[in-house]
Write a protein that binds this ligand. Sequence first.
Ligand code: PGA
Length: 252
Amino acid sequence: MRKQIVAGNWKMNKNLQEGIALAKAINEYFTNKPAEKADVILCTPFIHLSSMAGIINAKRLSFGAQNCASEVSGAYTGEVSADMIKSTGAEYVILGHSERRSYYHEDNALLNKKTVLALQTGLKVIFCCGEVKEERVAEKHFDVVKVQLEEGILNLPAEDMKNIVIAYEPVWAIGTGLTATPDQAQEMHNFIRSLVEKHYGKKVANDMTILYGGSCTPSNAKEIISKPDVDGGLIGGAALKAEDFSAIVEAF
Ligand code: PGA
């Protein structure tokens, strides 16, 4: 059985005190009311990671980063390595988010390099893919996602796949209030699963957790997550409030 996951992506929000308060509220919520079906992950800015280890102890709750360096260590001013992230107790790192791809020009080759390094370090990777609006309108969305995944992760050895989670995030749905319809999400998730199957066979494809992200809220999460190939969500805006985030996990 594949894992169901709800991951919060805090992006560049919450100073240290605010982040600690949010993590404590979420941890308390899930200590009192354990998440039954889904693993819950808080992906915070780097500065929060070392505090998270002391706060998060609810069952099924863990934490991770939103990016890592493409080099192991050394003279790379301002960068944070996979090993540094891992040393805080973090379990996950998000790679390939559309904001990294567009604002910081991270391409598939660089993301592949980062993924290899993160996996070697023992982190699990939440690898994002998704098309922009023009690509959807031009009906190129399947091709775009195929290339992002084939060049980003589907060239790695099969045994790496158990440490990778794929997140489909149509860029036109991120932070816009526009969500993909449950059918659009299902169609793409099914396509992604067949692509994984083509490269690694049925078992690996069946075990692959595929998350949907893009304007997920407590009110629309249930319908999207109920689709057979949608195994959870990557949540941005709604992950910044403990009540909204917990309500999305409750949608399971
Ligand atoms: P959003 O962001 O939920 O605010 O749309 C999702 C994401 O970018 O991961």
